[in-house]
Design a protein around this ligand. Structure first.
Ligand code: 0X9
Ligand code: ZN
Length: 329
């Protein structure tokens, strides 16, 4: 038999660089969600909305005092998601910390009221394969896409270009090598399919927030066109909500396409296909000079803290997002 001599480079850390070890890899995020569920089993259930390309479960925790797992609910629903993009690790931490915070503060009067009256789902890592690939060598690989093996031998579809509303109409690529590769067809990826299925089967959902990094922005549809959404009441609600949350965070509110045109993102689909008030938050930092996708661990707590008020605001508004119009000022 051939004995292979192990060299130092064969020892992959399979984890974040040591200085960033407080960030959660897939197993750590899964374990954290289990703890959250186990610490409040009366109000929290944990379940998978589907599997990734490489077969990882896409875990969700749900805060609902009566409906569990994938059961339907009559209560107004909101869903928070993180890590559509692998290297945007802070976008996992914020929803994960939000889940933890809701449990820890469940007896606070305002929180108790929200927990009793709302259906809150948190899916912190939509792209676990990409996340694990990004950190697998102990040095960041700047992975963005999922880990779909493409026909040309490359890996990855941009999940935030793969949703099926105005898919492939601009700001995405047909080139499999591209970091904004749209995939061979709308919803070709199991990760975007899982989000679609979850949203389509939960008719009570009125609000969706997809966390990304970075640039400190609050984005609302459309992203595939410079045109405004046609429904003027919805537009007034979106802008009122975005402005209010901008005041809470210091982030800049704008239409997604003001950043740049991109088609097939989560929020255009959620609003365009299902009428859900859907936002993209681009979290900390404000620029590449301040750390870009890899801002270190110092920003985790501060970013989370400033994102509590908008999260509670959206949870509250889920009964009628158009309420935002009259209460904005
Ligand atoms: O390009 C994206 O998918 C998002 N930015 S990121 O740096 N996190 O990759 C922004 C999506 C906003 N949507 C549109 N501009 N359509
Ligand atoms: Zn992103």
């Amino acid at each position: 038999s051939v004995l292979k001599k192990l060299s130092l480079t064969d020892f992959h850390l399979q984890d974040f660089p040591p200085k960033d070890s407080p960030y959660h890899n897939y197993d750590e995020a899964t374990a954290a969600l289990r703890l959250i569920q186990a610490s409040a089993p009366d109000i929290v259930s944990m379940f998978s909305i589907g599997k990734s390309v490489q077969g990882r479960e896409l875990w969700a925790v749900r805060f609902n005092t009566d409906a569990k797992n994938l059961d339907p609910s009559q209560k107004p629903g909101i869903v928070f998601m993180g890590a559509h993009h692998a290297r945007e690790h802070l976008s996992t931490e914020v929803p994960l910390l939000l889940a933890q915070w809701l449990v820890e503060n469940r007896h606070r009067e305002d929180v108790l009221k929200l927990l009793n009256s709302r259906d809150i789902t948190i899916i912190p890592m939509v792209n676990p394969d990409g996340v694990e690939y990004d950190i697998a060598t102990g040095k960041y690989r700047w992975q963005r896409k999922n880990m779909r093996p493409n026909p040309n031998g490359t890996y990855g579809v941009d999940l935030n270009r793969n949703y099926g509303y105005q898919w492939g109409t601009g700001g995405s690529s047909k080139n499999q090598n591209s970091d904004v590769y749209m995939g061979p067809s709308p919803f070709s990826e199991p990760e975007s399919q899982a989000v679609r299925n979850f949203c389509e089967t939960h008719k009570n959902l009125t609000i969706l927030l997809s966390y990304h990094t970075f640039s400190e922005l609050i984005l609302y549809p459309w992203g595939h066109t410079y045109s405004s959404i046609p429904n003027t009441e919805d537009l007034a609600a979106f802008t009122a909500m975005a402005k209010k949350m901008a005041g809470m965070t210091g982030y800049k509110p704008e239409q997604s396409s003001d950043l740049y045109i991109a088609s097939g993102d989560t929020t255009d689909w959620a609003y365009g296909a299902l009428g859900i008030f859907a936002f993209t938050f681009e979290l900390t930092p404000s620029s590449i000079l301040k750390g870009g996708f890899y801002p270190g661990t110092d920003v985790i707590q501060s970013t989370f803290q400033k994102n509590i008020p908008p999260a509670l605001y959206l949870i509250d508004l889920a009964d009628n997002p158009r309420r935002a119009i009259s209460t904005a000022f």
